[in-house]
Design a protein. Sequence first.
Length: 392
Amino acid sequence: MNAPMQKNAMDAGTIVAAGIIASAIGALFYNVLPIYLGTAQDYRGLDNRAIGFLSSAFFFGYNVATISAFFWIRRFSWTLVVGITAPVAALSLAAGTLVSSYALLLVSVAIAGGAFAAIYGIGTTVLGDTSNPARWFGVKIAAEALLGAILLLVLPATTIARWGFNGTVVGVIIAMVFLAPFLFWIPASGFKGHEEVQGTDPGKPQSPYIWGALLATLVFFAGASAIWAFIERIGASSGFEAEALGVLLSVTLVFALLGSLLAAALGGRFGNVKPFVAGALLSLLGLFLLNSFDSFVFYAAGACIETFVIGLLLPFAITEVADLDTDGRYVVLTVPAIGIGAMAGPGLAGVLSQSGDFTALLTFVGATVIVSTILISVSARRARPGPVQLRI
């Protein structure tokens, strides 16, 4: 029964590339979220609360799709799902440029969120079925950040300069069309769905502390999404030039890419908790620098640190969930955990910054960093009791 496993067809280069590109397309809107919200505010006259809930509407659709994916991801053809949801995502965003009603804009963005999430979930599942998912997850996150960095650098001087808010959507759709051919390599189904795993109790994780790791992922990404959604507005409120902010946003995504590559390079060498704690301390430093609104240098340094930390710590949070999951199904819950955090964070950020003062927002983000660090540390220690227990 323990004979060597047969060759995993999911390790084929074309399939791995398709999984990475599908994930990048699924994360595309999130990565251009700051300029989407910024142009929506500038060209459609929305206040901070309105653009905050606009982001939350996107992730409401995202969460509906990802939570339900726990049930359909192994039952329907991935090729068919991607073939339907990719056009729906593009058409929904396009529809949002044609409506004048804020309510209809929310609906169109929510539908796009569900479609993008389906693509993202399939891409993540494809890579999870490979023989070395840790490696490809690192590459996946880096590819997502790289694509976002390119768009943030290119769009302000091209499509946005010509068409404003609508230009943001045009740029996203052009990127989708350019990357769409890679989606033809998506397989109809995966590898794990055809395996019979013996000696496991379906639906039961190795440790109940896996829920603490999942909650840590959610809380951390709520803060990450809050700061990312409003990082451009923080700079704009300080009077920094729009062109400088656009360039900086692209640079920050490069730092996010570097953070994810560092996480991939570190792997399990230092476990998950120590890098998470170190990154959390670095994040608090970044938030302190962002609060120095009178200096673009301090603001830029804080922005780069925050995105670097997001790219660094998110893989460690997901890896901790995967390490505690022997059932093999619970790791997929990191996707809706990220989605719920991404939905809640910007909405709360909009409310907290409604007055135009971002101090409460930065305090909230700092609190999420501290809470997520405590959760992941406690979960890891309690789930793996060593000879010496630290009391918390």
